[in-house]
Design a protein around this ligand. Structure first.
Ligand SMILES: *Cc1c(COP(=O)(O)O)cnc(C)c1O
Length: 390
């Protein structure tokens, strides 16, 4: 089956009613025919047998199978949020004394897990500039247990070479964990390019309409069932069956949505690229430092742009406040276009030097391009730029 067919039919399980649309099994538990049957299921549950919704649920299983088919992964485990996926993927495989190498440019909460949580439990974390292979080469050492990075970093849109970092990591037996939110499951081939584990915040493009939190971890059957599942099912980061159903239906349209959003993002980036009142950072533009890599790795620039507005925070705020169609919020991948000012919101807690090192300037605005008509968006953005120049 090709991608779009998998997105519509992958993982479907029908009940005795043969429903067309996937059913929501909004149940925590499952009744056993006998005490012996309960005992047997706790020893080894079969592929279509469930115990408790914290461990698994038929609607959640449909979502896991559909996204695993899309991603080309052997298996998947769905989680309550993207952060439950990121923290579960790391914590389930690490112990005190282990060494992790991570890209420095990360979503704020990912940085918190690596910088504050893992180190508190005795894991050593080395941060590198993810775009500099020499820094990865210097930091990865015999015994390094895992490497972690976002393929396109939030919010600065640095693109990291999955295949090259994976080669360095695999040479010492380290597990490559990729947070693939910005590349999206549509443009990513992270597993084919060398990632061992891929994590998504399903909250973003997979839902795509700003309704539910969710996440998923994908990888080998061995990793998902032997390492991740025992940790997740006992620590409680399970995805709700209702949210799994929203994500499952989101997957049916993700290919169409993300391609349309990326095409609009590219058009907006090109239209604003020459404007002296801002600097447009977008992997789909030839002046992006990793443009060639982005084209090789994703084939597209993606749905998110960063706009560095001349005039710093005051101008950026005037720009945000003048927008009439684009909303000020902090989700991304939504049907509705959204702007965020990372320095004062998602990355607010970072000290000024760290923001500067990451390129999170006072004028930086993250723009997630939605499904509106791109001409309307452009008009809105241009009006706001006039206001910013004020
Ligand atoms: C949003 C996001 C997350 C966290 O996802 P939640 O669903 O909000 O928990 C993790 N990584 C990246 C790159 C994100 O953009």
């Amino acid at each position: 089956m090709k991608t779009r067919t998998k997105l519509v039919h992958g993982g479907t399980r029908r009940s005795q009613y043969n429903e067309v649309s996937e059913a929501i099994f909004l149940t925590q538990g499952f009744v056993y025919e006998s005490a012996e049957a309960a005992e047997a299921r706790f020893i080894q549950a079969g592929p279509d047998e469930f115990i408790y919704a914290r461990y698994g649920n038929p609607t959640v299983a449909m979502f896991e199978e559909r996204i695993a088919a899309l991603e080309g992964a052997e298996d998947a485990f769905a989680t309550a949020s993207g952060m439950a996926a990121v923290s579960g993927a790391l914590t389930s495989m690490l112990r005190a004394g282990d060494h992790v190498v991570s890209a420095r440019a990360l979503f704020g909460s990912c940085l918190y897990v690596l910088e504050e949580v893992l180190t508190r439990f005795g894991v050593e974390v080395t941060f590198v500039d993810g775009t500099d292979l020499d820094q990865w080469r210097a930091a990865i050492r015999p015994g390094t247990k895992a490497v972690f990075f976002e393929t396109v970093a939030n919010p600065t849109l640095e693109v990291i070479d999955i295949a090259a970092v994976a080669d360095l990591a695999h040479a010492v037996g380290a597990t490559v964990i990729v947070d693939n939110v910005f590349a999206t499951p549509v443009y990513s081939d992270a597993i084919a390019q060398g990632a061992d584990v891929v994590v998504y915040s399903a909250t973003k493009h997979i839902d795509g309409q700003g309704r539910c939190l969710g996440g998923v971890v994908l990888g080998s059957r061995e990793y998902i069932r032997k390492t991740l599942e025992p940790y997740m099912k006992h620590t409680g980061g399970a995805l709700s069956p209702f949210n799994a159903w929203v994500m499952l239906k989101g997957l049916e349209t993700i290919d169409l949505r993300v391609r349309a959003q990326s095409a609009s993002a590219q058009a907006i980036a090109e239209a604003l690229g020459g404007d002296a009142r801002l600097r447009v950072i977008y992997p789909g533009l030839p002046d992006h430092p990793q443009h060639a890599l982005a084209m090789r790795q994703m084939g597209q620039g993606g749905t998110v742009l960063a706009l560095d507005i001349a005039g710093g925070q005051a101008a950026a705020f005037r720009f945000l406040n003048a927008l009439e169609i684009v909303l000020i919020s902090n989700n991304l991948g939504d049907a509705k276009s959204i702007v965020t000012h990372p320095a004062t919101t998602t990355h607010q807690r970072l000290p000024a030097e760290q923001k500067a090192a990451l390129g999170i300037t006072p004028g930086l605005v993250r723009l997630s391009v939605g499904l509106e008509d791109p001409e309307d968006l452009l008009e809105d953005l241009r009006r706001a730029l006039d206001a910013a120049a004020g």
